[in-house]
Design a binder for this molecule. Structure first.
Ligand SMILES: [Mg+2]
Length: 143
C-alpha cells in the first residue's frame, strides 16, 4: 500500500535514482524531476502529488524560486526542502515562504519518511476541511 505520493526534485540524477529506489521500498509513490521547471510541469499534470521533496541548489530555477511557484499555484501541496551545509539559511528562508520543513543532506531516511507522512497528513487535513466547509455552505443555502 502506498503511504503517500511524492515528487522528488533534484538536479543530481544519481541522487534522484538512489532516493527514488529507497523511498519506493518504503512504500512511497515517487515521481522524479530534475529541475524546478520540470517539477511544475509534473504538478500541473498530476493532481495526486501530496508532498514535494525539493533540492535548494539547482541551476536555472533554484529551490526558493520553485517553492514560491509551488505555493502560489498549488497552495495545499506541502514542500520539504533539502539543503546542504552551506545552504541551511535557504532552508529557513523556505520555511518562511511556506515550506513544511527542511532537512540537511545527506538526510536520515527515517526522519525524511516521518516528515513526508506529516506533510501528507497536513495536506489531507486541509482538503477535508475545505470539503466540510463546502458541504456546510451548501447545507446552509438549502436550509
Ligand atoms: Mg542540487
Amino acid at each position: 500500500m502506498t503511504i503517500a505520493n511524492v515528487l522528488l526534485v533534484d538536479d543530481e540524477v544519481g541522487f534522484v535514482e538512489t532516493m527514488t529506489k529507497r523511498l519506493t521500498k518504503r512504500n512511497l509513490s515517487v515521481t522524479a524531476a530534475h529541475s524546478g521547471k520540470d517539477a511544475l510541469k509534473v504538478l500541473d499534470d498530476n493532481e495526486t502529488i501530496e508532498v514535494v521533496i525539493l533540492d535548494v541548489k539547482m541551476p536555472g530555477m533554484d529551490g526558493i524560486e520553485t517553492l514560491r511557484e509551488i505555493k502560489t499555484r498549488f497552495p495545499l501541496t506541502e514542500v520539504i526542502m533539502l539543503t546542504g551545509h552551506a545552504t541551511v539559511e535557504t532552508g529557513i528562508e523556505g520555511m518562511k515562504l511556506g515550506a513544511f520543513d527542511y532537512l540537511m543532506k545527506p538526510c536520515d531516511m527515517d526522519v525524511l519518511m516521518e516528515k513526508v507522512g506529516e506533510g501528507a497528513a497536513k495536506k489531507r487535513g486541509h482538503e477535508d476541511k475545505i470539503v466540510q466547509a463546502r458541504v456546510k455552505e451548501i447545507t446552509n443555502r438549502r436550509a
